[in-house]
Write a protein that binds this ligand. Structure first.
Ligand SMILES: NC(=O)c1ccc[n+]([C@@H]2O[C@H](COP(=O)([O-])OP(=O)(O)OC[C@H]3O[C@@H](n4cnc5c(N)ncnc54)[C@H](O)[C@@H]3O)[C@@H](O)[C@H]2O)c1
Length: 95
């Protein structure tokens, strides 16, 4: 199954990596270009026990990739997870 994960922070990276590990083709999207470059180069950006090994294996086996291009990620996706900060959180920050 093709899956898109929008927002590649704590929740998105764990979600994307685990769905890749179970055999899905996952594209993770983020607006943070530096983060996407690091992840694409195989540098994990969060710490979760055991995650790095799975992350690296799935990049190598081409089930997990990263992009800043939303369209590229969602055009063929059968499931799209939205895992970025939502509107209420942004409003709280502004107040
Ligand atoms: N971390 C938790 O334990 C937890 C638990 C329950 C719910 N949540 C919810 O899950 C969501 C994600 O949380 P998180 O902890 O992963 O946050 P995070 O800050 O670690 O990651 C969010 C990511 O989304 C990216 N982003 C922001 N706007 C974007 C956009 N328009 N398009 C693409 N990417 C965008 C940011 O660059 C960042 O990398 C939030 O809504 C949060 O409330 C988190």
């Amino acid at each position: 199954m093709k899956i898109a994960v929008v927002g590649t922070g704590y929740v998105g990276l764990v979600t994307g990596t685990c769905f890749a590990e179970t055999g899905n083709k996952v594209t993770c999207v983020d607006i943070d270009m530096a983060k996407v470059e690091k992840l694409s180069a195989g540098q994990i950006t969060i710490y979760e026990p055991g995650l790095e090994k799975i992350f690296l294996r799935n990049i190598k086996e081409e089930r997990l990739k990263f992009t800043t291009q939303l369209e590229e990620a969602v055009e063929d996706a059968e499931i799209i997870f939205l895992l970025y900060p939502h509107l209420r959180e942004r409003m709280v920050v502004r107040i």
